[in-house]
Design a protein around this ligand. Structure first.
Ligand SMILES: [Zn+2]
Length: 301
């Protein structure tokens, strides 16, 4: 079922909420952080920080969510969440995984603070087309922010969010304009799941949150490393209770099933992850917990 127009606007409201929360929080936290993993250098870029209300979560009772908040010592009645993007440096190549919301104090500012220029980005890998992931691709006047970058996006995501003709884009009217300059430059690529889209970069379908939601598995000299997009929005709840879903999920049962299967695989294969909505810097390891699973932030070497 296509949910025309419902994909983008909830995200916008959420992002507005994040900005409001951000003004109330300490403004001087570092907004980027770099990790070495084998031959990869992964820099987390903080786009925004805020909260998610329990009323946006499903498949866990409001009563239990209230207890979760109490157990975690959260006082303001809503769960903390973040928006992160990630820059990967491998040899002389730069890969950006998602682009944030497009807010001027977000990914673009963090990228520059970390010592990179947007012109230097070679590849942009999009986990999905929600506004907090693709919003940073172009300026409001249509200028591409990453003029030399080649974009890679899933076929299923394109089919859902950018129907060929007749229907309004599921991601809202602004969505096509973010991709337009890249399409005009011939640098917008659509992949099929399981493809090795670039040397050492394999796509991993993690469907449910959106119909083409995709992880990117990098083969580093230390082993695989996964960028998993939106597998988790609320870490305090969804690691111990992976069945919990969120209003942004297009297919809630599908999102929960994908999350459970992926957690089990990551524990078995010991693959570290970077997540868009995990506590900044959002890089760590999933392990089995007393209840469900645990997330442990990766320590820097
Ligand atoms: Zn997201």
């Amino acid at each position: 079922m296509r949910l025309c127009g419902k994909g983008f606007f909830p995200v916008i409201f959420w992002v507005m909420g994040l900005f409001l929360s951000r003004e109330l929080s300490a403004a001087d936290e570092p907004g980027f952080s770099t990790f070495a993993y084998g031959d990869l250098s992964v820099t987390a870029l903080l786009d925004a920080q805020g909260t998610i209300a329990p009323s946006m979560l499903f498949d866990r009772s409001q009563e239990d969510l209230k207890k979760d908040l109490e157990k975690a010592g959260v006082k303001d009645g809503a769960f903390p969440s973040w928006i992160n993007a990630f820059l990967v440096k491998r040899g002389g190549e730069l890969f950006l995984i998602d682009t944030g919301t497009g807010n001027p104090d977000g990914v673009l500012r963090r990228l520059k603070e970390a010592g990179f220029a947007p012109e230097d980005v070679d590849y942009i890998l999009l986990t999905h087309f929600h506004g907090d992931h693709v919003g940073g691709l172009a300026l409001p006047d249509g200028t591409p922010v990453f003029p030399k970058a080649k974009i890679y996006s899933a076929l299923e995501e394109n089919d859902y969010f950018l129907p060929a003709q007749g229907e309004a884009p599921a991601g809202g009217a602004a969505l096509p304009s973010l991709f337009k300059p890249y399409k005009e430059a011939g640098s917008f690529n659509v992949f099929k799941q399981g493809d090795e889209i670039l040397p050492g970069v394999v796509t991993m379908p993690i469907f449910g949150h959106t119909p083409g939601h995709t992880g990117f598995l990098f083969q580093s000299s230390k082993g695989p490393f996964l960028f998993w997009g939106d597998v988790v929005h609320v870490y305090l709840v969804q690691f111990p209770h992976p069945e919990t879903t969120i209003s942004y999920d297009v297919d809630r049962p599908g999102a929960a099933a994908s999350r459970k299967a992926l957690f089990a695989k990551l524990v078995k294969d010991e693959i570290p992850v970077a997540g868009a909505h995990l506590p900044f810097p959002g890089v760590g390891v999933v392990s089995a917990g007393e209840e469900g699973y645990l997330f442990t932030p990766l320590k820097k070497d």
